[in-house]
Design a binder for this molecule. Structure first.
Ligand SMILES: [Zn+2]
Length: 417
């Protein structure tokens, strides 16, 4: 291993050990949701290191806090309610968890990073009292308009103590895709311990590090995500605050996620599910408790970059034109790391009307509505949200009419007819 960091990587977000080992270094990159207007193209752009480390004591994969959460989460508000499949996922979860925990009108459900009330609205419909906690004021406002009471605050031990002091503790504490975005992990989990009733349950969903590594999903690493969790690391982090993970489910969301179920270690009313033992065993078998497994990842990522570039260079040298499909955050990690600009992609298209007329950060590729593909008839379509490739290849099947082909970049660059 030749490329140890010359930076001062600092200490582990969880166990405070010195960080000495690179997981993957994706170079300098702008914030992946900082799309540009036309009049910003000639201005300076902020680039930050996108260098992930793995802790050799607790195996938490992590980025330094290069950009403050205030800057990220108050400026780049993301409304969860735009995706129908995600809402359906949340509605089903609500039904299951109400039955499993026996929640009723005397219970309290608290969600951390409750966004626009996309989830809590289903508890409200079922007559279960809720409280949302959300730092972005404009998305919190949308939640309040749906009838979801929401506190505009960042969550931590301080806020948990205030709420518990007012007699507000949770029967169910929920956090979906928030744990990765927490800079002070120990303070956040300590707050969960304080806010949870003695017999309460918490559930959290986050992308599974095992799937990221197996699927070579390096483009899901971005500045907004400070931490990348295995189940083994999550058990240590919650265990340190007196919380036990008693069940776990695997979900298909975000390229493969985990939903963990936790309780107080003093609460012996909820036995350990066999799925906990199976998950530990499968992560052990995949090498997630050995440093060497993590250190192999960086080399695979470099290979993926070279193969994707080879594929694009061949397409261009054969006289082909290439367009992108999608402008997701992960697409920007991929394009910036691989150095793919307008020399390869003439433009990209996206279904989100808010992105039309804007340009991708760093690489300045223009974003059009999907209809552009029919007019321009590109020879190749590079699918940036590769996790949706099946759906996109069906929607865009008509490019085959003029001999167009799809390029899927991850896990390995592949051309599909
Ligand atoms: Zn550590």
């Amino acid at each position: 291993m030749s490329n140890e960091s010359v930076e001062q990587p600092g200490s582990c977000r969880f166990c405070k050990s010195e960080l000495r080992h690179t997981f993957v270094d994706l170079g300098m990159s702008p914030l992946c949701e900082s799309f540009l207007r036309h009049d910003q193209l000639n201005q300076m752009e902020a680039f930050y290191p996108l260098h992930a480390f793995v802790c050799d004591k607790c195996f938490l994969v992590q980025l330094q806090e290069y950009v403050s959460p205030e800057k990220i989460f108050t400026e780049y508000a993301y409304f969860s309610s735009y995706s129908e499949s995600w809402l359906e996922h949340c509605r089903r979860y609500t039904e299951q968890i109400i039955a499993r925990c026996g929640l009723n009108r005397h219970s309290l459900v608290v969600e951390l990073a409750s966004n626009d009330g996309y989830l809590l609205q289903y508890f409200v419909k079922n007559g279960v009292p809720v409280l949302g906690i959300e730092p972005a004021a404009n998305v919190a406002q949308a939640a309040v308009e749906k009838g979801v009471p929401t506190l505009v605050r960042f969550f931590g031990a301080q806020l948990a103590a205030e709420l518990a002091g007012e007699g507000k503790q949770a029967d169910l504490l929920v956090g979906n895709n928030v744990l990765a975005q927490v800079p002070d992990l120990c303070d956040f989990v300590a707050g969960m311990k304080v806010l949870l009733k003695p017999q309460g349950v918490f559930t959290l969903e986050f992308p599974h590090l095992l799937r990221l590594m197996e699927g070579n999903q390096f483009d899901t690493i971005y500045h907004e995500h400070f931490s990348y969790f295995s189940f083994l690391a999550a058990e240590k982090i919650f265990g340190a605050q007196g919380l036990v993970l008693f069940d776990v489910e695997e979900l298909p969301t975000h390229g493969g996620s985990l939903r963990i179920f936790g309780r107080h270690c003093e609460d012996d009313s909820k036995p350990l599910s066999p799925r906990v033992l199976e998950m530990r065993a499968s992560e052990e078998a995949a090498g997630l408790s050995r440093l060497e497994s993590y250190r192999c990842f960086a080399e695979r990522v470099k290979q993926t970059k070279r193969r994707l570039l080879e594929c694009l260079i061949r397409a261009k040298q054969g006289g082909g034109s290439i367009a992108g499909y999608g402008a997701p955050g992960k697409g920007n990690t991929l394009l910036n790391y691989c150095g793919i600009g307008r020399d390869f992609l003439d433009y990209t298209v996206d279904r989100n009307p808010y992105k039309h007329g804007l340009f991708t950060p760093g690489t300045h590729i223009p974003i059009y509505p999907p209809e552009k593909i029919r007019e321009a008839r590109p020879d190749y379509l590079l699918i940036l949200p590769w996790n949706l490739r099946t759906e996109i290849m069906q929607q865009m099947a008509f490019i085959r009419d003029w001999g167009g082909r799809f390029i899927v970049p991850i896990p390995e660059a592949t051309i599909c007819w």
